[in-house]
Design a binder for this molecule. Structure first.
Ligand code: GLA
Length: 559
């Protein structure tokens, strides 16, 4: 039999195959199995604490003549005049073709004098004068991507970064063309370091199209990384990219986001229904929101989509979680995104060609247990309530997007309760869903095994993965929790975590470091008078690889 670790390696090859299938247009949501989790840290430049929002000209102009100073200034004006700045859009970014084909005698990049007769700094100053930020483009290669091939940054990192900083650039999109076969990680790290050395905070947007699986290495390098090839203005392109990016939720975090490419909303190749799906899914996936249409020509329908404050609030939610697919069959896809207020943002998408009912339940969203839930439809703005089920009739290629917030919760019954039999009020997990009476397993619900810690098997318990928090409403009526904790044997001896139990905000038990080689340890927690029980697992300090953490036989005593 294969060791666990070997089988996981085999699965990461399966991911690539699955992603490749999705990239060729297959619409099935393959139950892909990813390898274990990514590096824990994010680039520490203080930027993109929520996904970046702004504009980039590429999707509307490419290198056409209307990409020029007048356009950029016009966009900055409209950001203010049309409420986009107020809605949160901040960066006005230039893509490829802003420079001349050759560097000057001193090796500096030179702005194209036809497009930008006053240079780039003048444009950046104008954008700044509107209270906005300014972004620029280059490639981690010898030349950029356009066929004309403008100079790239490879080997010129420090000189270029210094020049951009002197112009007041706040954001760099760094592409991947003509990279001479140099390892991606070292090329992007070189530019990260050059940007840092300028002393000016520049948001660093990696654009290597997902080709070296940047979600496995780029968290400490860039604020975002493109996860796919280029989007185009069609339903099939947009939804194929969404499918690829949906698989990558565990890799996104505050300051480090999966980027499924810039928005096509308003460019004319999709219906308004499809553009609402596009915008909803990008927000649900905590994607950067870069407007890709020429706002000078945008109709009210486009502006209404781009400024939907409820949908933007989902994208920008401070918890910083990318939504995951909780159900997907027959072209009806349900996604759930945990929100900082304990609720969920839900997308009910109908990818099929005929109207369909799309349904889910609060249990499937991981927030069962409350007596009732407030529901807001983020497009129609209607509000309602439910005791558990959520259903919408969704037009072809449409998305109904809901915000579901638990109302007054129900306390646990008196006596001894096994936690895995009770509904939690909120569950956030670092690798797929929290499992009841199973180990965490991989990313699908129910794919774990019998809970086992150093050979001891447990019939009841919770299987989690760092970083994780499972909360239960107590309502002041419980006294005690006893539980065995440890790293599950499915990691084959790998992994290290710390288990902590909080009564409201008070730490009442702490396991200290537990590794995959340690036996279970028993924790007793005094919960007297507490309103909320919080079970928290953090990584043990060596990254969140293999941090499969069991709460075994958790027994809650309530009067
Ligand atoms: C690549 C990028 C695009 C765009 C073009 C510019 O294709 O992925 O987003 O920047 O280059 O040439």
């Amino acid at each position: 039999m294969l060791s666990r670790r070997t089988s996981w390696r085999r699965r990461s090859a399966a991911v690539l195959t699955s992603l490749a299938l999705l990239a060729t247009g297959a619409t099935t949501l393959a139950a892909v199995q990813l390898a274990s989790a990514p590096p824990a840290s994010a680039l520490d430049n203080g930027l993109a604490l929520t996904p970046q929002m702004g504009f980039n000209n590429w999707n509307s102009t490419h290198c056409g003549a209307d990409f020029n100073e007048a356009m950029v200034k016009g966009i900055a004006d409209l950001f203010v005049a049309k409420g986009l700045k107020a809605a949160g859009y901040q960066y006005v970014n230039l893509d490829d073709c802003w420079a001349l084909p050759d560097r000057d005698a001193a090796g500096n990049l030179v702005p194209d004098p036809v497009r930008f007769p006053n240079g780039i700094k003048a444009v950046a100053d104008y954008v700044h004068s509107k209270g906005l930020k300014f972004g620029l483009y280059s490639s981690a290669g010898t030349r950029t991507c356009d066929v004309q091939g403008f100079p790239g940054g490879l080997g010129h990192e420090q000189q270029d970064a210094r020049l951009w900083a002197s112009w007041g650039v706040d954001y760099l999109k760094y592409d991947n063309c003509n990279n001479q076969g140099v390892d991606a990680r070292s090329r992007y790290t070189a530019m990260r370091d050059a940007l840092r050395a300028t002393g000016r905070p520049l948001l660093f947007s990696i654009c290597e199209w997902g080709s070296t699986r940047p979600w496995t290495w780029a968290q400490p390098v860039g604020n975002s990384w493109r996860s796919t090839g280029d989007i185009s203005d069609s339903w099939s392109s947009m939804i194929t990219i969404a499918h690829q990016n949906q698989q990558l939720a565990p890799y996104a975090r505050t300051g480090a986001w999966n980027d499924p490419d810039m928005l096509e909303v308003g460019n004319g190749g999709m219906t308004e229904t499809e553009y609402r799906t596009h915008f909803s899914l990008w927000a649900e996936m905590a994607a950067p929101l870069l407007i890709g249409t020429d706002l000078r020509k945008a109709g009210q329908g486009t502006l209404d989509i781009l400024t939907n404050a409820d949908v933007i609030a989902v994208d920008q939610d401070p918890l910083g979680r990318q939504g995951t697919v909780v159900a997907g069959s027959g072209g009806q896809v349900v996604m759930s995104k945990p929100l900082a207020d304990g609720g969920r943002a839900v997308t009910l998408t109908n990818e099929s060609a005929s109207t369909a009912a799309v349904s889910t339940t609060v249990q499937d969203l991981g927030i069962g247990g409350a007596a009732s839930y407030a529901v807001k439809d983020l497009w129609s703005k209607t509000t309602s309530s439910t005791t558990g089920s959520l259903t919408a009739t969704v037009p072809p290629h449409g998305t109904v997007m809901l915000r579901v917030t638990p109302g007054s919760p129900v306390p646990p019954p008196s006596g001894m309760n096994r936690l895995s039999d009770l509904p939690w009020s909120s569950a956030v997990n670092g690798w797929g869903p929290v499992e009841r009476d199973r180990s965490n397993g991989e990313q699908q619900a129910g794919d774990g095994r019998t809970i086992s810690i150093r050979g001891a098997a447990y019939a009841k318990g919770l299987g989690t993965h760092a970083q994780s928090e499972v909360d239960y409403y107590l309502g002041g009526g419980c006294q005690h929790l006893g539980v065995d904790v440890g790293v599950d044997d499915e990691t084959n001896g790998n992994g290290s975590v710390d288990f902590r139990i909080y009564r409201d905000t008070t730490l009442v038990a702490d396991s200290g470091l537990r590794t995959g080689k340690d036996p279970a340890v028993h924790l007793d927690a005094d919960l007297t008078g507490g309103y909320e029980l919080r079970l928290v697992v953090t990584d043990g300090g060596d990254g969140i690889d293999y941090d499969h953490a069991d709460w075994a036989t958790p027994t809650l005593g309530c009067a």
